[in-house]
Design a protein. Structure first.
Lengths: 337, 342, 279
């Protein structure tokens, strides 16, 4: 099995290189002359000099690519124009906010969607199925920023129940920790802060979760139906088992692996998809940071965040792949089915 | 006096080649008609089939694909819900009416009084459960017993199906077993609760020829030791005639001939049976060609009048395509659905 | 009976939704007497249902007619998404068929390229393209098509691989049929059905993506009214003017919903899955 893991990681290296090249190409395809085209109007000469040094802009292209790879490997993207701070620091500071929101949203969505998907699969063709499928298709069809705005309109503006932006009020007593406020506040024993952090998260997480519920419900339903077609389910019926027992011992465990795999993959999609939600709710993660960076053409910051998102996405995919290999006994022993 | 002259009974009593007087048959079917839902309507798949299986008897149901044998097998096990398959006629397992029984009763019978093994051993076992766990499940549901008792029973069963190292196999997952091994595990599973009837739906079709032999030997040995009745579904007469006590030949949803295996093979009375026997590959004299049967099986809901086999029958007469063909007694304990049995 | 009803409902609602949006795009200018860019500060933030002044859906903070802007938004979304679907479809099917048919090393290399494109998080790639290459209509279409060709590639490749192994292909090659001929006659017809289903879903995601980009200000130039753009502009005023938030979003939602329903319906027709039978 160790071999499978090593193979998988080695096999992703060409793709990683190609991905890096893709970002590099985008970077260099920007129209016009290198340094000044990549910088905003108010960039100083010092900024431009730094740009050239960081990315090797006056060297031949292949060398530039090596510079690029080196920067990515060291996670060093230079200084942000707008914030005049190292890009990697800015990202590190705001990454936990993005991750925390994504994880909570995915958890919430999974808790609702997986049971819903299972029930609609078991009662295929019934009213329950129709209802579940309706919810799913609505979730998948509604743009997240619209849902977010509507939620703010209802719960903040009209009902004044929930906050419309931010992660914590400015005067929060929380000391710096992991950056994950839910964890930090619990560790520091600040339960009021914990509650506050949670409340701030409700609307943005609900917005994110809404579309996730759509996707996960459909996947759960589909996976369960697929498993239901397998021969061993017929064997289970031939054993004289009760339907509930068949669902519990044969259908669910076999559907769990594909469902879990896809949910894991969705985490990757969710993280980059949260850009919009972060903007709508002024959530201080790397998504809203990217938005600001792009607006002012802060190339180092933009590049850094793009690379970060892509790396996270790729790493999650590899991790899910590997976990799948571990979970499925068919693949564990290395033998083909 | 030829069969043409004898009066024909409308529906002959079901025959069993090995039923001794007074003994209750394990499985009894009378005028069994199966209809399957095709879109908006029902299509008859098997019509008026009647047969019995005595305790300890091996009854081979032989037919090509499209004959309805698989639907028959699954319907007997009541695996198809009423919304898909409608059953008419009589079907009894011992003294239990299978058609009228409620779902709870049926669940009590499945895996307990009647068991089934399937064609594809590769996909018939839950890939995430060990062999032991899967057999344990069927024992727990119907018999219970302590963990120790169940474990002993499982090891005993695995030994019965000729596993040299039962304890080792018990802990294995299905994908770690070969096709033949999986099928043996399935047999062990099916016999766990000492059923009266084992339905084997083409259990060897997906296996290598050498393995086929092994599995058949094991099944026959078990039939003896477990006093088991076996309903063996197959398309392969050559496989079946060595092991079966009785044979029923199914064509286009109709049971065209039935009787003791030896007699049917030696003197087939229905043209289809004869044609099937002729098709069995065997050493031929130079110049002699491999026989086949011209034409193809009637489609599932194409119930034209007259004999189902008439369009392809080398011996057909004018009235074969014009009337309902009744069952004709063609010997001691055998019959054929033919106007002019050979 | 219940099953059939649900399926038909999907189709009906889907057609209604998509149909109404297409209708809006086609005839919206007739329905509204105002121009999309026509500012009238005296009529700013007028509520909807104002038939007297001809502002059926109200006006925004600059007094511009919402219905007229909705029409423009519909046209932009449908046109861009349509272009994306056609381009990605053609490219995807071509590459996929070739990849599957040629097989061997060439297939492997092409698949590595596919994997690379697939390795980027979806929305992010589009944002990156527009951030680095600048905003223009062409770039928007390019950015959106950059990953959407992959599903087409997959189904075409699968089909090509199947075809390739069939014996009659070997026969027709001996008789002189070239690669193009084989692809056109054998691969393409079989891919059509799946490709259309993929197209409906791809168009749905393209509209969502395009409106997200417009919302972020990264889509087409801001002078062109788009649904996403309208939502972004109206965000600050929604507590006073709910119609600024509801209608543009509703436009996106109804279009995407229609496409998803039709895609679902179509998939059920071609690949209906039976229910779970536990007797």
């Amino acid at each position: 099995m160790l071999r499978a893991i090593v193979y998988r990681i080695l096999g992703s290296i060409p793709v990683l290189l190609l991905v890096a090249f893709g970002i590099f190409a985008l970077l260099r395809l920007a129209p016009g002359d290198a340094a000044s085209a990549l910088a905003p109007e108010d960039a100083t000469e010092a900024d431009l000099e730094r740009l050239r040094a960081q990315w090797g802009l006056d060297r031949p292209l292949p060398v530039q690519f090596l510079y690029f790879l080196g920067n990515v490997a060291r996670l060093d993207f230079g200084q942000s124009y707008r914030y005049h701070a190292p890009v990697s620091e800015l990202i590190a500071e705001r990454l936990p906010a993005t991750l925390e929101l994504a994880v909570i949203a995915l958890l919430a969505a999974t808790l609702v969607a997986v049971p819903l998907g299972i029930v609609t699969a078991l009662r295929k063709g019934s009213i329950v199925d129709a209802f579940g499928s309706l919810v799913a298709v609505l979730g998948v069809s509604a743009p997240s920023f619209w849902i977010g705005i509507l939620l703010v309109l209802l719960f903040s503006a009209h009902l004044n129940l929930l906050p419309s932006s931010g992660r914590l009020p400015l005067a929060s007593p929380l000391a710096p920790g992991t950056g994950f406020y839910l964890i930090d506040s619990l560790v520091q024993g600040q339960f009021a802060t914990f509650r506050q952090a949670l409340v701030q998260m409700i609307l943005p997480a609900a917005t994110l979760a809404f579309s996730m519920i759509g996707i996960i419900t459909r996947i759960s339903r589909s996976a369960l139906i697929d498993v239901g077609q397998e021969e061993f389910v017929t064997t289970a019926v031939a054993k004289g088992l009760e339907p509930a027992a068949i669902v519990r011992r044969h259908l669910l465990p076999n559907a769990a692996i594909p469902i879990a795999t896809i949910i894991g993959l969705e985490l990757g999609v969710l993280i980059s998809g949260s850009i919009i939600v972060e903007v709508v709710f002024a959530w201080p993660g790397i998504g809203s940071l990217l938005y600001q960076a792009v607006t002012v053409r802060d190339i180092p910051l933009t590049t850094g965040i793009v690379v970060t998102y892509t790396l996270i996405f790729i790493l999650i995919n590899i991790a899910v792949d590997l976990i799948y290999t571990i979970l499925d006994p068919r693949l564990r022993s290395g033998r083909a089915v | 006096m030829t069969s043409r002259d004898a009066p024909m009974p409308a529906a002959a009593a079901p025959v069993s080649a090995t039923l001794t007087g007074g003994e209750r048959p394990t499985l009894e079917a009378r005028n069994l008609t199966l209809s399957i839902r095709l879109g908006q309507r029902m299509a008859v798949v098997v019509r008026d089939a009647s047969f019995t299986i005595a305790p300890g008897e091996v009854f081979a149901l032989v037919g090509e694909s499209g004959s309805g044998k698989s639907v028959m097998a699954r319907s007997i096990m009541r695996l198809m819900p009423p919304s898909v398959v409608q059953m008419e006629g009589e079907l009894r397992l011992g003294d239990v009416d299978l058609i009228g029984a409620d779902p709870r009763r049926l669940r009590g019978l499945r895996g307990n009084r009647m068991s089934m093994i399937f064609q594809e051993p590769m996909t018939s076992l839950n890939p995430l459960m060990t062999v032991e766990a899967q057999i344990d499940e069927i024992i727990k549901v119907h018999r219970g017993g302590s963990e120790q008792q169940r474990r002993e029973r499982i090891l005993g069963l695995l030994a019965d199906v000729q596993f040299a190292r039962p304890a080792q196999v018990a802990k294995m997952f299905p994908h770690e077993l070969s096709g033949g091994m999986r099928q043996r595990a399935m047999i062990a599973l099916a016999l766990a609760n000492d059923p009266a009837l084992l339905i084997a739906d083409e259990p060897t079709t997906a296996l290598d020829v050498t393995i086929q032999q092994e599995i058949m030997e094991i099944l026959m040995r078990l039939r003896q030791s477990y006093r088991l009745s076996v309903l063996f579904i197959s398309h392969d007469l050559s496989l079946v005639y060595r092991y079966a006590d009785s044979i029923g030949v199914l064509y286009g949803g109709v049971m065209v001939e039935q009787g003791a295996a030896r007699e049917i093979i030696r003197t087939p009375r229905h043209p289809y049976t004869k044609a099937l026997l002729d098709c069995i590959p065997r050493a031929r004299r130079p110049g002699e060609r491999q026989a086949g049967i011209e034409g193809s099986v009637p489609r599932i809901d194409d119930w034209f009048t007259g004999c189902r086999f008439a369009p392809r029958c080398a011996y057909r007469q004018a009235d074969c395509a014009e009337r309902e063909i009744p069952l004709q007694v063609t010997g001691e304990g055998r019959n054929a659905r033919c106007l002019y049995p050979l | 009976m219940q099953r059939m009803q649900w399926l038909d409902l999907k189709f009906i609602v889907g057609v209604l939704c998509l149909g109404s949006v297409v209708f809006l795009a086609a005839f919206g200018t007739i329905l509204s007497p105002h121009d999309a860019g026509e500012q009238n500060l005296l009529m700013a933030l007028e509520p909807p249902w104002n038939f007297a002044e001809g502002h059926v859906l109200g006006t925004d903070h600059l007094g511009r007619d919402i219905l007229a802007r909705m029409t423009s938004g519909a046209r932009v979304s449908l046109a861009i998404a349509g272009a994306v679907v056609v381009i990605s479809g053609v490219v995807g099917v071509l590459i996929g068929s070739l990849s599957g048919y040629l097989s061997g090393t060439r297939d492997m290399v092409i698949q590595k390229v596919v994997e690379t494109f697939w390795a980027f998080p979806p929305v992010l790639l589009a944002i990156a393209v527009l951030a680095f290459l600048g905003q223009s209509l062409g770039n928007v279409i390019f950015a959106l098509a950059l990953q959407r060709w992959i599903p087409y590639c997959r189904i075409a490749r699968a089909q090509a691989l199947t075809i390739r192994s069939k014996e009659y292909i070997a026969a027709s090659r001996i008789m002189g049929g070239g690669t193009v001929w084989v692809l056109r006659r054998h691969v393409l017809p079989n891919v059509m059905a799946s490709a259309i289903i993929v197209a409906t879903f791809t168009m749905a995601t393209a509209i969502l993506a395009e409106s997200s980009l417009s919302f972020l200000g990264l889509g087409v130039p801001p002078s062109v009214p788009t649904w996403g753009g309208m939502l972004a502009e109206g965000r600050s005023y929604i507590s006073r003017a709910w119609w600024l938030a509801v209608f543009p979003g509703l436009g996106i939602f109804v279009t995407v919903l229609g496409l998803n329903l039709l895609g679902d319906w179509a998939r059920d027709q071609f690949d209906p899955k039976p229910g779970i039978n536990l007797v």
